[in-house]
Design a protein around this ligand. Structure first.
Ligand code: PLP
Length: 387
């Protein structure tokens, strides 16, 4: 089976992890600091805060941005459930904004919904745009709306480390208040499990550092009382244990050295898919058009064309799986998950996301996918794409 995604682990990665196992630190220590610096330097952001997962990073980022009971967070249906769940952890409500043909948040839909929310006094405190498949959202437009309507921008760039937007790395902090990356093994860079938040705001970074470790500070400058000795720590607020380990960070830092190489390879494979599948009837994914923009191509997701092929997406999925091709679906709309249906969401509410999702098929894409494996995938798709 050719999987839809797979990590690449080199001997250098293995050696970096073994070095940590022989060092005095296993949990958060010098390797975490070094990894945070590598990521924030790459992004051109002032601060990086590593955590146990992107889910943890989204949670802590929401708290740092002030989300709580009675507040509302908006995101898109075309994402992983974690982009919405982070609001629920904080006791806040979730609402969704439909996507456009790029499969990212629709700026006109966002603007229309904001105008409505302004009239009925239900403006969101946070909007989470998701850089689906590694393609940045229109961050300049989202920033403009954030300034106009007074919400915070928490960018879910779980797919998009190494991507660029309008001449800047995703995570640069020009447009988002906080950007979150995931290092799950299917993503661009892995730490096993892991996530990281970048921001240019020192206070937000300090708060996230405290929240990932029980709400505890050991910095005398941040304490209520003058400490009696260096053993003293203060728990300033309720936090969690969301720390990344040095074992994970060493793997991440080693992987990170190959970031450009990996993103180039993913781009080459994505371009090749689009060339080989052009004219086949399937809907091809969007390449960035803006000058200075680059997708990280976490996913290569096509739209299955039932009219042209005469077979349903579900049949195409099964036929391709039977040929050893690990196709997948990204994503089932979040608002149609039973948990969110029970909160009042229903089909028909976000028609573009629902229509896209019903046709979505993710083809295998990872750096070690060979051209001959890719040819095998393409031939299998072409053999059923049109009648
Ligand atoms: C993978 C993913 C997450 C969650 O990442 P974890 O590191 O597994 O917690 C969140 N949002 C999106 C869009 C993702 O793809």
């Amino acid at each position: 089976m050719i999987p839809y995604g797979r990590q690449t682990i080199t001997e250098a990665d293995v050696a970096a992890v073994v070095d940590v196992l022989r060092s005095p630190f296993l949990t958060q220590g010098p390797a975490v600091c070094k990894f945070e610096e590598s990521v924030s330097d790459h992004c051109g952001a002032a601060h990086g805060v590593a955590m146990s997962s992107a889910t943890a990073a989204l949670h802590v980022a929401c708290i740092a941005l002030g989300l709580g009971n009675g507040d509302i967070l908006w995101t898109v249906p075309n994402t992983f459930v974690a982009s919405a769940n982070c609001a629920r952890y904080c006791g806040a409500e979730v609402d969704f904004v439909d996507i456009d043909e790029t499969r990212n948040i629709s700026v006109p839909a966002l603007e229309a919904k904001l105008q409505n929310a302004l009239t009925n006094g239900r403006l969101p405190k946070i909007v989470i745009p998701v850089a689906f498949s590694g393609l940045s959202c229109d961050m300049q437009a989202i920033r403009r709306l954030a300034d106009e309507y007074g919400f915070k921008v928490l960018e879910d760039a779980s797919h998009a480390i190494g991507a660029r937007h309008a001449g800047h790395p995703v995570g640069c902090g020009r447009w988002a208040d906080i950007t979150v990356f995931s290092f799950h093994p299917v993503k661009i860079v892995t730490t096993g499990e892991g996530g990281l938040a970048v921001t240019n705001d020192a206070e937000l970074a300090e708060r996230m550092v405290r929240l990932r470790s029980h709400g505890i500070t050991r910095d005398p400058a941040l304490m209520d009382s003058v400490p009696e000795g260096s053993w003293v720590y203060e728990m300033q607020e309720l936090g969690w244990n969301y720390r990344m380990t040095d074992i994970q960070a060493a793997l991440g830092a080693s992987q990170f050295q190959r970031l450009n190489e990996v993103v180039d390879r993913r781009n080459a494979l994505a371009r090749r898919y689009s060339q080989l599948l052009a004219g086949s009837g399937v809907v091809l994914p969007t390449f960035p058009v803006e000058e200075g923009s680059l997708s990280s191509w976490h996913l290569y997701a096509i739209g299955w064309n039932e009219a042209c092929s005469g077979i349903t997406r579900a049949s195409a999925y099964r036929l391709l799986q039977d040929k050893g091709i690990g196709v997948n679906v990204h994503y089932m709309p979040v608002h149609l998950q039973p948990y969110y249906r029970r909160l009042g969401f229903a089909s028909g509410m976000y028609p573009i996301a629902e229509a896209y999702s019903a046709t979505a098929l993710t083809l295998p894409l990872f750096p070690q996918l060979t051209e001959s494996e890719q040819n095998h995938v393409v031939e299998a798709v072409l053999s059923i794409a049109s009648r």
